[in-house]
Design a binder for this molecule. Sequence first.
Ligand code: GLU
Length: 274
Amino acid sequence: MTYEKKDVVIKIGTSVLTNSKGWVSPSRVEEIVRQVSENRKKIKSVIIVTSGAIATGLSRLKINATPSSLKLTMKQLCAAVGQPSLMAMYTKYFDRYGINVAQILLTEEDLANQYRYKNFWRTLSALIEHDVIPIINENDAISVKELIPINPYVPDSVRFGDNDRLSAIIASKIKADLLIMLTDVDGFMMPTKNGVKLVRELRGVNKKLLSYVGSPGVLGRGGMLSKLQAAAIASRAGVTTVIANGLKKNIITRILNGENVGTVIKPTHKRFKS
Ligand code: GLU
């Protein structure tokens, strides 16, 4: 099925935006923007959840390291340096298509606290109504999830810890039709006797599959456990998820056209649109 006139959330992983050095490559951002812009009129609304702030900070500060190898303070520093540059790239490339974008940075507490959540929601809705594309990232510079991994003041339903889960929570809350999660692998690859095989379709993601994927040796690249956990949240909210390779040519366009690419996780529950 095509996703014409649908509400879509697109999550862009760091690996989709970086080169072999791990630094953010403007041409990668440009390519994502081109595809979103060319499809903008076809779909009803689009929200981007982007990673890459830390990697952009690494590029600007010319630090040779991977985001995961950094100590917390360095991660926060790099994110604080990188986030405005990352947004500047999105803004510059979307400008070419006459599309306005907005930045929203979130922590778990913003979703857990009723007042802050309402404010977020109001702003998000207004942006969508005014045809502005919201670009969301976790507010890494002030997020404390690594200091308090399980914050008792944050209910499970809005605990995110990474952008995969954040994108699924947002897609569920806005009752999106589709969540696209772009990474640097073709989808969920299952080990087989002769190597690995791409799983084309799942209906929901059950606990058994999650514990299998989380077991040593199975996980593979692309952060698949957190992607499948996120897809489980989306599927319970009636949202279809596609996990696909963001480095492949025209991948967003192909997904929106209903082509059979990546791993599609179908919903297990109906979506109730108000
Ligand atoms: N928020 C981080 C960044 O922008 C990435 C975290 C994630 O991908 O989950 O670099």
